[in-house]
Design a protein around this ligand. Structure first.
Ligand SMILES: [Zn+2]
Length: 847
């Protein structure tokens, strides 16, 4: 079936009882096509926003929040009445007082505008939102009359036309290049089936709609700065869902609201929903509420506002995914999807205007209520800090600062619950502060849930994710006298060569997050590097110091650089990564192995390929890419299976396969490459694939069924029972063999892993080959069914196999999860740098 272009002029979308200022350019004047005729690219979207701001400076102010990885601007329009524009800063300052319970009581909200953030298309391939932004911006800048004047007098609109510019550009390019003049509506057509990795993600293939809380990515960081600069009362999050669906707006499933979100939040969500229902009824659109979607994980845009005194609203429009597509509801045309988004952006503003005082009051009450709860909370503070990994600790502090948490240095050392936190290396957060609820969601573990179905992960306890030593401080353990200097900005550590230039050698500890980055930088400069496989004690200056296994030795003799140049390189690397090197003058250890011991082994510079492409989990692959590229400055080749099958693999000594299915890959070639000395790292479902294809020697455990096949179960319970068996993602503690090369740099006997899969490995028959395993009760936080819980008990988290002269490292969890699971980083980097030095006999299994 073919369709002529479904171009619609503005009259299709806009309310017909309104006149428009002719001086304001229409979208077509700037983007060269009608809204919905093509997918607007990000560049043209920005051009239009600029044009609007230039033509209507009395109503519209354009700000640039920052730039994406691909250097696209993240623009924000601030739209309000000319009168408000003249007092914008004053309005902002007054508005912020509502979020400060020490000052909010006296704030008069009688004439105060409400602040609404309208946000579009965080998933790049859900573009009806950003295309509707053209219409909303035009309407808000150009509409004339009493109604718009009243709206703009009462509302300050923070208008974010694209939450994910890089993804938007990728997707719009894809659908436009496949569009036919006679629109093809067959869902099988290439237009509707994007090439891997698709436009949903940001540059590094991350889902930005999971990043509001950890805020790892530049897009989130730029946006959060403006979010907290204004602290909006409402934030909308315009998405798309499957093509056969209709339209969804929040409230979502009541039982799946995060317990930290107050009931009043959902009450206001319901009140706002009446406005959306009315607007959609008027144009005849079908919709649903209270199903499918939830309000649980604060990393999502529609949930994050709920613990920040605001209300987040999720919209989900059925996707045409291209320009027009056949669905069970007939042919879904792109313009129709845009219209629903436009109409609900306006209904949000209409609701905000009508419920203005109630929302403003709620923001004030939210913070007063939080403070009241904080005053009587059993936990009054947290102390944290990793004396062995100061860079990781600083990243944790930076994350708290982005969430507007007040962080302090302790005045003195703090000894609590059997742990001592040295004042120099630790930080304290008091619970009695405005961001009390945010702190709770960052620090708390959760083991009780009202429901067993989840849209996303069930737990995200940040100190566990970071592998950060921490402790609660109870009311009797905490008082304000513990607090020293307040931290006001991110701190960049300054590393140096302790002890100055040496003519003998240098040591670098392996405990710091950035130690692998520093090592690679040396290897890149052809410096000969070795690692100690046992601990030792040696003089550094006048003091004997202990060094654990994993410590890197750089001898001065025989290097391509002379002693002066080597010292200068090490000084630069120390400074760049904020890591100390230690100068030694002797190879003679006080205790343990000497520097010439055969237990100090030479390392090879990793030359890495990661299999990417169709079938591979883009987010998991993206996490590896981001880790290596952004944090470690290590290049990795992205190898498509077809290319893998064709090329000479001998230039790679390390191969990474993340969760995925690899049916196209030449298995014999992979095995031969490992046998020749390759180091193969398998994550999650890749372990399962390798097991099924005879590549590794891992035995997988079967998970028991929750039902008895001899008994009938009501059909109506299927969703609930099957859904509960999914592993949405929870946190498990694993026991660590600290003597194993894969554990170098870890100092604690237990490590927290994040697992969101049903791959359960039996422990290896070789007693040395399971350096990480789960014990009897490994669940630390999150939800898991009884059947999954039984399966994970005593199972292996990491197994090493030997194949020929190569190694296969099987990891059952995701050590790189969403780039905030820094507790797993060491394992991943150890697998890359130390896989080759693992003793062959320790990984061999007789079959
Ligand atoms: Zn989405």
């Amino acid at each position: 079936m073919a369709l002529q272009t479904s171009a619609q002029d503005l009259s299709y979308y806009l309310p017909d009882d309104v006149t428009y200022n002719p001086a304001i350019p229409k979208p077509k004047d700037i983007i060269f096509h009608e809204v919905g005729e093509w997918h607007v690219t990000h560049d043209r979207l920005v051009n239009y926003m600029r044009a609007i701001a230039a033509a209507a400076p009395d109503r519209v102010k354009l700000e640039t929040m920052g730039f994406t990885y691909e250097n696209r601007p993240q623009v924000l329009l601030i739209i309000t009445s000319p009168k408000n524009q003249q007092h914008l800063e004053e309005i902002r300052q007054q508005h912020l007082l509502l979020s400060d319970p020490s000052k909010s009581a006296s704030v008069n909200i009688e004439n105060m505008p409400i602040v609404v953030w309208i946000g579009h298309s965080i998933h790049g391939n859900e573009q009806s939102g950003s295309n509707a932004a053209l219409l909303s911006a035009y309407y808000l800048a150009a509409a004339q009359g009493k109604q718009i004047d009243e709206l703009l007098d009462n509302v300050v609109i923070l208008f974010d036309p694209s939450f994910n510019p890089d993804g938007m550009q990728r997707f719009s390019t894809w659908v436009n290049e496949h569009r036919s003049k006679n629109l093809v509506t067959d869902p099988n057509s290439r237009e509707f089936n994007e090439a891997w990795p698709g436009g949903r993600f940001n540059h590094y293939w991350f889902d930005l709609n999971r990043d509001w809380l950890p805020s790892v990515h530049i897009e989130s960081q730029n946006r959060l700065e403006w979010f907290h600069k204004w602290k909006p009362n409402i934030l909308t999050d315009h998405h798309e869902q499957g093509s056969n669906a209709t339209f969804f707006f929040q409230p979502g499933v009541p039982a799946r609201v995060n317990p930290l979100t107050p009931d009043k939040n959902q009450e206001l969500t319901n009140k706002l929903a009446k406005f959306h229902a009315k607007a959609l009824d008027k144009i005849g659109s079908l919709y649903f509420t209270k199903e499918s979607y939830d309000d649980f994980y604060y990393g999502k845009g529609s949930t994050y506002p709920d613990i920040n005194g605001a209300i987040g609203i999720l919209f989900e429009q059925a996707s045409s995914r291209g320009h027009a597509q056949e669905t069970v509801n007939g042919i879904l045309k792109f313009p129709a999807t845009i219209k629903n988004q436009f109409v609900t952006a306006l209904s949000t503003l209409e609701g905000a205007k009508n419920l203005r005082k109630e929302f403003l009051d709620w923001q004030r009450a939210f913070y007063v209520g939080s403070m009241k709860e904080a005053a009587t909370a059993p936990v009054q503070g947290y102390v944290f800090g990793d004396v062995n990994d100061r860079n990781k600790t600083e990243l944790f502090v930076a994350m708290l600062l982005r969430q507007q948490v007040a962080v302090y240095k302790p005045k003195n050392d703090i000894s609590v619950n059997g742990k001592t936190f040295k004042a120099d290396d630790a930080f304290v957060v008091p619970m009695q502060q405005n961001q009390y609820k945010v702190l709770r969601t960052i620090f708390e573990k959760t083991l009780n849930y009202k429901d067993s179905l989840f849209y996303d992960i069930t737990s995200w306890t940040m100190p566990l994710a970071f592998g950060m030593p921490y402790s609660e401080l109870s009311a009797t353990q905490f008082n304000n006298n513990l607090l020293g200097q307040k931290i006001t900005q991110e701190y960049k550590l300054n590393g140096e060569v302790s002890g100055g230039k040496s003519n003998y050698g240098y040591l670098m500890k392996w405990t710091d997050l950035y130690a692998p980055a520093a090592l690679y930088e040396l290897q890149k400069n052809n410096i000969i590097t070795k690692t100690a496989t046992e601990k030792f004690e040696i003089p550094v200056g006048a003091v004997n110091q202990e060094f654990n296994a994993g410590t890197i030795l750089i001898g001065v003799n025989n290097q391509p650089l002379d002693a002066d140049k080597l010292f200068s390189l090490l000084s630069d690397v120390a400074k760049k990564y904020g890591i100390p090197f230690y100068s030694i003058q002797t190879g003679n250890a006080v205790t343990g192995i000497d520097m010439g011991s055969r237990k100090i082994v030479a390392l090879t510079k990793p030359s890495i390929a990661m299999i990417t492409g169709a079938g591979v989990s883009a987010t998991d692959a993206g996490e590896v890419w981001h880790l290596l590229d952004q944090r470690m400055n290590i290049p990795a080749t992205h190898l498509e299976p077809a290319v893998f099958n064709r090329v000479d693999l001998s230039r790679y000594n390390t191969m990474i396969m993340v969760s995925g299915s690899y049916n196209e890959l030449n298995k014999e070639k992979l095995k031969a490459w490992v046998s020749n000395g390759g180091n193969l790292i398998l994550l999650e479902e890749a372990v399962q694939w390798a097991s099924a294809n005879g590549i590794n020697t891992v035995t997988l455990k079967k998970v028991k069924s929750p039902t008895d096949s001899a008994k009938r179960v009501p059909y109506g319970e299927e969703d609930e029972i099957d859904g509960a068996q999914q592993m949405s993602g929870a946190i498990f503690s694993a026991d660590v063999d600290l003597t194993h090369p894969l554990a170098y740099g870890y100092t604690e006997k237990n490590i927290s892993f994040f697992k969101a899969n049903r791959v359960y490995m039996e422990r290896s028959k070789n007693v040395y080959a399971t350096p990480f395993y789960y014990k009897e009760n490994p669940l630390q936080s999150g939800w898991i069914s009884k059947e999954n819980s039984d399966a994970i008990k005593n199972s292996a988290a990491v197994i090493v196999n030997t194949l020929g002269s190569g190694r296969i490292i099987n990891i059952d969890n995701n050590p790189n999860f969403r780039a905030f699971w820094l507790g797993g980083t060491k394992l991943m980097m150890n697998a890359i740098f130390f896989g080759k030095i693992i003793d062959a006999a320790s990984g061999r299994v007789e079959e």
